[in-house]
Design a protein around this ligand. Structure first.
Ligand SMILES: NC(=O)c1ccc[n+]([C@@H]2O[C@H](COP(=O)([O-])OP(=O)(O)OC[C@H]3O[C@@H](n4cnc5c(N)ncnc54)[C@H](OP(=O)(O)O)[C@@H]3O)[C@@H](O)[C@H]2O)c1
Length: 203
């Protein structure tokens, strides 16, 4: 098993292949990871709209041991630091306190810090973990998008109205699925929905 797999678990959504990396003098990858419903909805702005435990386990496996970068709203939605990861929170509030996390005031600063930590610790990836604003702002910076598609219309399922936030559009002229790290089929229902993962890489 590679160090990458030990740290982040298997990256083999479909065909059983895993991404093996030579971590000698490695350069960490900057990547985004999110889950969206059929309409591209990510959440309410202050919380989640579904419970899909197997996808959460996937998120945990992927990000474990790596720096994670999130906006202040997502940090508050989490309610505490993600364990076994360097948590980095972005806010404009210079006096903001986030227990168990580093607080920075720009996306660039968060990426610089994440990269430094990953280089020091040998983490293969610096993850952008939300929310909508940060995913959108990071689209030009990231090398990879690990997207979980949920077979669920979360707003209709909850019969609720009100604010929702959406995932960024993925331009097929810019991004293509990595066949080694993309599910060919749906994974079984977990909690509220069946789900599948597509890993998008740049063309
Ligand atoms: N489905 C998923 O995979 C997933 C993953 C993560 C989050 N979410 C959901 O996403 C929602 C939150 O998303 P969101 O777009 O509302 O908020 P967000 O992106 O989490 O946070 C936005 C806040 O982060 C700070 N921020 C972001 N970029 C900044 C920059 N360049 N410079 C300085 N500060 C910056 C600002 O905080 P200040 O206002 O403090 O300045 C801004 O108000 C929640 O519902 C959460 O549950 C879903």
């Amino acid at each position: 098993m590679s160090r990458h797999q030990e740290q982040t678990g298997s990256r083999a959504p479909s065909g059983g292949a895993t991404r093996d990396e030579d971590l000698t003098g490695h350069l960490p990858v900057l990547a985004s990871i999110w889950a969206q419903d059929q309409r591209g909805v990510l959440g309410t702005g202050t919380g989640m709209l579904w419970n899909v435990p197997a996808d959460f386990a996937h998120f945990r496996r992927e990000t474990r041991g790596c720096p994670v970068i999130m906006g202040r709203a997502s940090w508050e939605a989490l309610g505490g630091a993600l364990p076994e990861r360097t948590n980095i929170v972005i806010t404009t509030r210079h006096d903001y306190v986030a227990e168990g996390a580093h607080v920075v005031t720009s996306l660039e600063e968060s990426v610089d810090l994440g990269m430094r930590v990953a280089e020091e610790t040998g983490a293969p990836t610096v993850w952008i973990t939300g929310g909508a604003r940060v995913y959108s702002d990071a689209m030009d910076l990231v090398q990879e998008l690990v997207v979980t598609y949920l077979d669920l219309d979360a707003v209709a399922a909850r019969g609720r109205s009100g604010r929702v936030v959406h995932a960024p559009q993925i331009d097929p002229l810019v991004w293509r699925p990595d066949p080694e790290l993309t599910d060919a089929d749906w994974r079984p229902v977990s909690g509220d929905a069946r789900w599948r993962v597509t890993t998008w890489i740049r063309r």
